[in-house]
Design a protein around this ligand. Structure first.
Ligand code: BG6
Length: 544
């Protein structure tokens, strides 16, 4: 992990207390200069495959623009875009400018040298041109032989691109210690067999240490803060186990539908889109043993061990331990929204799940017997991601039911988004003559505690880490494979008749069957919005 996250001096003399400052923007208004929160990256030529695509425009270019404006990118930084769209360099630069309207002068200056190659991903011409372009970048832009390849294409060409790069001698570390790294987007495979095959293709071209499999959840500050909470504090560790924890619930809820990604989502579904990657990563950090150091591989070793302890069900068990749902028409924030099957590029009889609830077990000494409930869905009432650890009840309750009817078990909630922080719910006496106890919330809010500290967003952080060679927040091949081993039986079970798909109205918390999944263990789902309101915790408007 980067040892010193704040090591770049602010260049602007009129910097504010957080290192930010204001400069005149293009339209004459004030533009905020982003504070430096990441160390300076080395010179590098970044080659984006899929440069005309959605991900590049929405995530990668805006992240690069912010890195440039924070002063993190070196003067020897450039981008070479590669895609099938027939663009010239100028057309690509126009696309870059349109995708980064907030970009400041530092970014604009860098973009003037960006290059674009239109070509097929399996054609040698594309890679001959790329090689020439890279040599030119080293000579003219000072990229020093360093390469960062970013695979932002459709997953089916990841292997092809890697092989073509190897064939054109673009994957080896260069002379004088220069580096070549490759960032691979999710989905990494669509089941265990395809993930293994893709790993084979990648390993034929790159050493594992050069491969950076990205999961943008790992770039979120609050996900990283799980490490700080667990391993920088003495009070949580003694109770972080089956003796004290009654159950764990992970919720990744979105109020958005599939937007313009119906075609992609039809081939994915909630299990592949969220659970195999984001949920498994969050679970691994929350439940793993303490690593022996913050070295990337020591942390990843512990994550793998935890994933290896998650039970792999038989297909029959998989049906019993999962509930799949698909949203029908409904309303979100009072606005009517379409059913999934009415969305663009979605089959009218689609069997793809937009909601999923699972009951998992972690079979090790720390977690044996503790149910781990996971749910994720689109078109749920709010956008909220949280991990809630509910603790066991007291062995003997002194107070009668009337007195303590508003008391819920102690719960520690890691609020990953949107209202980032940590909440501890516990019982307190309501002021007054009567002895009435109810749950209240003790609350840590990132926004309040670190006011003014503008964190880098997930993509910014992860692209930076790939540039500086810090693999801690990226997913190693054995993690990916183990996560597929866990979810594969569900995919197999659902492909059989009787796999089940339960409708739920958009704007509700999923199908009723999912409630039964939890009730069978004598539990119930938290309502992340209402439960916090009841305990007097943070009230948020949960914007999307
Ligand atoms: C992506 C999924 O990985 O994560 C999307 O493909 C989902 O379907 C998104 O909307 C959620 O990310 P975040 O950061 O908004 O929680």
């Amino acid at each position: 992990m980067s040892a010193d996250p704040i090591s770049v001096a602010a260049e602007d003399s009129a910097a504010g207390p957080d290192g930010s400052s204001e400069t005149p923007g293009a339209a004459g208004g004030k533009r905020r200069t982003l504070p430096p929160v990441l160390s300076k990256a080395p010179p590098v030529a970044m080659v984006i495959f899929g440069a005309s695509g959605d991900l590049t425009g929405r995530k990668i270019l805006p992240a690069l623009a912010r890195l440039a404006d924070r002063g993190v990118l070196d003067d020897g930084f450039t981008v070479i875009g590669v895609a099938r769209t027939e663009w010239t360099d100028d057309e690509f630069r126009t696309h870059v400018a349109e995708s980064t309207p907030e970009g400041g002068p530092k970014w604009t200056a860098l973009t003037e040298r960006f290059k674009y190659i239109a070509g097929e991903y399996d054609h040698p011409d594309t890679f001959d041109q790329l090689k020439t372009c890279l040599d030119e970048a080293d000579r003219l832009d000072g990229t020093d032989g360093n390469r960062l390849y970013y695979l932002a294409t459709i997953p089916s060409v990841f292997g092809l691109v890697a092989q073509a790069l190897a064939k054109h001698a673009c994957t080896g570390p260069g002379e004088g210690g220069s580096f070549a790294r490759v960032v691979v987007e999710k989905p990494f495979g669509r089941d265990l067999a395809s993930a293994l095959e893709l790993n084979d293709h990648m390993h034929a071209a790159f050493d594992e240490s050069q491969i950076y499999r990205i999961d943008h959840y790992m770039g979120k500050e609050t996900v990283q803060n799980v490490l700080a909470l667990r391993f920088a504090n003495a009070i949580f560790e003694p109770i972080w186990n089956r003796r004290y924890v009654d159950q764990v619930q992970v919720t990744v809820a979105e109020s958005l539908g599939v937007e313009h990604r119906g075609g992609f989502y039809e081939t994915a579904g909630a299990l592949r889109d969220i659970v195999q990657n984001h949920v498994m990563q969050v679970l691994a950090l929350t439940l793993m043993e303490s690593p022996t150091s913050t070295d990337a591989d020591r942390i990843r070793d512990e994550k793998v061990k935890l994933l290896q302890a998650i039970d792999i069900p038989t297909p029959d068990e998989a049906v019993d331990k999962s509930v799949r749902g698909q949203y029908t028409a409904g309303s979100i924030d009072g606005q009517p929204v379409l059913a999934y099957r009415q969305e663009d590029d979605v089959a009218p009889d689609s069997q793809t799940e937009t909601y999923l609830a699972l009951r998992l077990r972690v079979e090790n000494w720390r977690w044996a017997g503790v149910p781990i409930f996971v749910r994720t869905g689109k078109r749920l009432p709010a956008r909220v991601t949280e991990v809630a650890l509910t603790f066991r009840q007291v062995p003997f309750l002194l107070f009668d039911h009337r007195t303590s009817r508003d008391l819920r078990p102690n719960t520690l909630i890691l609020r990953i988004q949107p209202d980032e922080g940590i909440t501890l719910e516990f019982g307190a006496k309501v002021p007054g003559e009567r002895f009435h106890i109810r749950s209240v919330a003790m609350d840590f809010s990132y926004a309040e505690a670190f006011a003014g500290a503008e964190a880098a967003d997930g993509y910014e952080r992860l692209i930076h880490d790939a540039m500086v060679g810090d693999a801690t927040l990226f997913i190693r091949s054995d993690e990916v494979e183990q996560a597929w081993k866990i979810v594969d039986p569900y995919l197999q079970a659902w492909s059989e008749p009787g796999g089940g798909l339960h409708p739920y109205a958009a704007g509700t918390w999923g199908p009723h069957m999912a409630d039964l999944l939890v009730e069978r263990s004598g539990d119930e789902w938290r309502n992340p919005v209402i439960d916090l309101e009841m305990s007097g915790g943070r009230l948020t408007d949960f914007p999307q």
